[in-house]
Design a protein around this ligand. Structure first.
Ligand code: TYD
Length: 234
């Protein structure tokens, strides 16, 4: 593990449905690229590589659902292995900043806390899938479940004819468990995770994200005042 220790910076975005992750990833990527220092790679899960995008399409159509949460988690893990090996590790080895829309915390929250899969099983799966890879920083975009879900379903209605995907179609109680699960992850791993209030408009959320990134890695955003990060000093 130490011989191929990544030199880049791995930042993941997590949260429930409709929290605005993709907008914020695009904005942070533009900000980081404007710094002109490191290569910036944006990617997503499930997906990110050709093979994993194939899994994504099946997963979001609900192909794995009848097999139960364990089999579904295995399919997310299979997609993740291809993504980590084919895209994330090589980019980190080049020294890139990798911004990833969802990662292993989504398996903990969706298949674990909300889907009912044993956390010990998820931890084992994580260990063998990630082989020590951990995000340097995880930004959890937090929003009340009802508002986020309405946003995601509106967006789905505009962009696709087939209606809500496999997870958007879950009951509100599932999405409330998800929100609690992401907040619990943040509480359990405060050095890695920052909770960002996703309720204000996109500009305010973007500012909060910049502050969090600058507080965590001042070298990435040298012009950014990091003093607004009141809840975590280091
Ligand atoms: P996506 O359209 O990317 O959702 P969002 O825009 O909300 O990020 O679809 C990804 C879906 O897959 C989302 O509902 C979360 C779910 N998911 C899991 O259940 N487990 C996982 O490990 C990952 C990465 C995603």
């Amino acid at each position: 593990m130490s011989s191929d220790a990544p030199r880049g910076v791995f930042i993941t975005f997590e949260g429930g449905e409709g929290a605005g992750k993709s907008t914020q990833i695009a904005r942070l990527a533009a900000t980081l690229r404007a710094q002109g220092g490191r290569e910036v790679v944006t990617t997503r899960e499930p997906g990110g590589t050709k093979r994993a995008e194939g899994f994504r399409e099946a997963l979001l159509r609900g192909v794995a659902k009848p097999f139960g949460p364990f089999a579904e988690a295995l399919m997310f893990a299979a997609a993740r292995i291809d993504h980590v090996d084919g895209l994330i590790r090589p980019a980190l080895a080049r020294g890139a900043i990798v911004l990833c829309d969802r990662f292993a915390d989504s398996t903990r929250a969706y298949q674990g806390a909300a889907g009912g899969l044993d956390p010990a099983l998820i931890a084992s799966l994580e260990r063998v899938t990630l082989e020590g890879l951990r995000p340097d920083l995880t930004l959890i975009l937090d929003l009340p479940a009802e508002g986020g879900l309405a946003r995601a379903r509106r967006r789905g209605g505009e962009g696709q004819e087939e209606g809500p995907d496999r997870f958007e179609a879950e009951a509100l109680s599932f999405h409330e468990r998800l929100r609690a699960a992401f907040l619990a992850i943040a509480e359990a791993e405060p050095a890695r995770c920052r909770v960002i209030d996703a309720q204000p408009g996109p500009d305010a959320v973007e500012a909060a994200i910049r502050t969090a990134v600058a507080a965590h890695r001042p070298d990435l955003l040298p012009g950014e005042p990091a003093s607004g990060d009141r809840d975590h000093a280091a």
